[in-house]
Design a protein around this ligand. Sequence first.
Ligand code: DOR
Length: 446
Amino acid sequence: MSGWLITNARLVNEGEQREGDLRIKRGRIEQIAGQLKARSGETVVDAQGKFLLPGMIDAQVHFREPGLTRKGNIASESRAAVAGGITSYLEMPNTSPPTTTRLALADKFSRASGRSTANYSFYLGASRDNLSEIKALKPTEACGIKVYMGASTGNLLVDDADTLAEIFRHAPVMLVTHCEDNATIEVNLASARKRYGNHIPAAAHAEIRSREACLKSSTLALQLAREHDARLHILHLSTAEELDLFEAGPVDGKQITGEACVHHLYFIDADYETLGNLIKCNPSIKTDRDRQALRRALRDGRLDIIATDHAPHLLREKSGNYDSAAAGLPLVQYALPMAWSLVASRTLSPEALVDKLAHNPARRFDILERGFIREGYCADLVLLDARERTVVNRQPMLSQCGWTPLAGRKLPARVAATWVNGNLVWRDGLLTGIVPGEKLQFDRPG
Ligand code: DOR
C-alpha cells in the first residue's frame, strides 16, 4: 500500500482548526504539516475548501445480527455507517439471541471480522439472570455493559431493584443505560388506550413514553451509580428535566456522562403529523423545548456525546397502527450531515461537534489510538464538504431496511470521503468495496 496525501484540508481537531496536509501510511496518520510533498506512488487528494475530521465513533447502534437480519446486518449497516462519516461503532445486545453471555459476545466479534467496513466493538447485555457473566467479563472484552432500565425492542428489561443494585455493584466496565420507567409507561399506555381505543395516534407516543418516565429512571440510574461507585453513561436523553442531573464541563474525570442522539436533536413532536410512526422510537421524540434544552446541554458540557441509536426496522414493521409499529429509526447513513445541522444553526462550533462525535466517545470508552487526528493514530478520517448539501434520496439507501425518515430533506453538508484504517471506503457517493474494519482496542487494565 503506497498511501495517501490529503492536501489543503481544514483540519478540525482538539479544539482548533488549521489548514494543512496529512499523510497516511500503512493505515496510520504518518505526518501532519503545513505543506507536504507527494512521494512517488502516493495518491493525492486535494481537499481545498473541505473539512478533515476524525471519523465519528457512534456509541449506540443496532446492527441486528444475529437473528434479526431481515432488518439489517453487520455488513450492510457498517457500509451505511461509513457513508455517514462513522468510522467506528459500539453495537447493542438486543439481538436474537441477546448478547448476554461472553460466548455470544465472542460470536459477534467473529461475525464482524472481515465483514465490517467500520471498526467495531459490542456491548454485553445485562439481564435478570446473567450476573455471573457480568462478573467474569474482562474490561477489554466489551466496550461496556448495556442495561435496559426501560423496555424496548427485545426482551432485556431489568427493572427489579435488587438485580439492578447487583449489576451496578459488580460491573467491571462502564454501564450504559436505557432509562425509561416501565411502570409509568404502562399506566400512560392504559390511559391512552381508554381515550383512543385501538386508534392511538403516533403523537401520543410522547405522552406514553413520557418525560416523567425518563426522569424517574435516569434519576434512579444516577442514584445507583453514586451508591455503588459505578461508571455510568446514560444513552439517548430526550427531556429538558433530565439534563439538570448532569455536571457541566469536560468529559475527562467524569464518572457519569450523558448522550444525545441525532434524531432527538433534529425532530420534534410536530413531526409526528407528517411522519407518524416512522419517527416512533424509545425514548420518544418530544417537544421543541426539549430539543432546545438538549442543544444547550451539549454546549455547556452537561451532555458529552452525540450518537445515532441507529435502529433499523422494515417499513412494513413501521406501518400499521401505533401498537404494532416497531420503535426505532435507521440513521447511520446520514449521521454526520444530520449532526452538522448543529454547526449550521450555530449551536456548536465544528470543534465542539468533533468533541461530541469523536474525541469524547474515544475518551469515555478508553478507545486506543482513534478519535483524534494525531500522528501515529489510526487513519479514521472524514472529508466533509460544508459548501454542499446532502439531498436525501439522491444516493441509494445502504441500510438494508431501505428507507429513511429523512426522505426528501436537504442536510447542510456532504460526506465527500471516508477512510477507515487508512483505506478509502467511501468517496463521492460511492462505496469502494474495501472492508477494513477492525476490532476496537481499549486502553484499560485487564
Ligand atoms: O427506538 C428504539 N429502538 N430504541 C431503542 O432503544 C431500541 C431500538 C431498537 O432496537 O429497535
